[in-house]
Design a protein. Sequence first.
Length: 366
Amino acid sequence: MNLSQALVARGDVDLHLVTVSPWVTHSQTVEVEGMTIHIVKGGVPTLHRGWPRFLPLDAATGFRMEARAVRFELRQIKPDLIHAHGTEKGYALTAMHSGYPYLVSIQGIIAEYYKMDPCLYYRLMRPREANVIRRTKNFTCRTHFDTSYVRRLNPSAKIFNICEAMSPVFWEGQWESKGGYRILFVGSGAPRKGFDDLIAAAAVISEKFHAVSIDAVGIFSGKRRETLARTADKARIAIRFHGFQTAPAISELHRQCDLFVLCSSIENSPNTLAEAMVSGMPCVSYDVGGVSSMIDAGRTGLLVAPGDITGLAAAAMELMGDRRKAQHLGAAAASAARSRHRPEHVAAATWDAYRDILAASGKDFA
């Protein structure tokens, strides 16, 4: 929504958002903050839920039912251009078959997720994602990681390097060192997010800084949460599970905590890291995927080889023990991130991409 709001704020965009949701009883259209949102009923017919992980019929059918409903909305809208966000669902597939000029923004990369989690959904979506990449002319990419993936499958693609717009709420304050030992994790309990590694690293840190603790934001299933809590208890690490939180609540946790740690086994350009950097938090991350396009190692944060728990602990302790360095890295992170993730800047770059694509297709905005 951050990019959408910034585009609408320009005053020269008639913006329609089309999204599929299993949680509504029927398709509906609402006007919100100057944009028209089309909510298409999706998921299991007659039930208000998505397809279960063990039976992903949406992916198996190429999102046929949802695509039909989305195409109906497109016929009413008659857009000049479609901007499909992500290859993880059916939006890019629908845009590809719509007949309109379109742009696909790469978010996560299914082919990489499948290596970590070879579930049925990713197995079904992997060839569909590859098909979209090979047949699409225009992409926005955020990092060297997604850019190289697109280039490998489609060397002739036009790539616009545009970062994600972050919520303005993260500009409202600047992190300051409080001399504590609270580590902030924002993600989920999914194994690829690496929370087990963070607990193991915190156990090492606690040998030097006994008061170390973890604030965990995100959805952790009941059984997974219990397992992680038991592991932390054995290591005598205090964990505060906050569950899902809004952007303002996460911004407040940025101010309260002392260090942001990202320990995923795969990421492209995690918004959680971008938000922490915009807030000016000192950040430590595994050097995975596109993270090194976001963190300039040693200048705007610290990078650690993935899976190196000892290195992760050492990097965290380095910043906990040197508050001046932590403050310096956080300030440098904020300076870099606030430039590339500012919604107005992202909207301007996105608008330029739209004009370029339409000009190449022989069209232009009125």
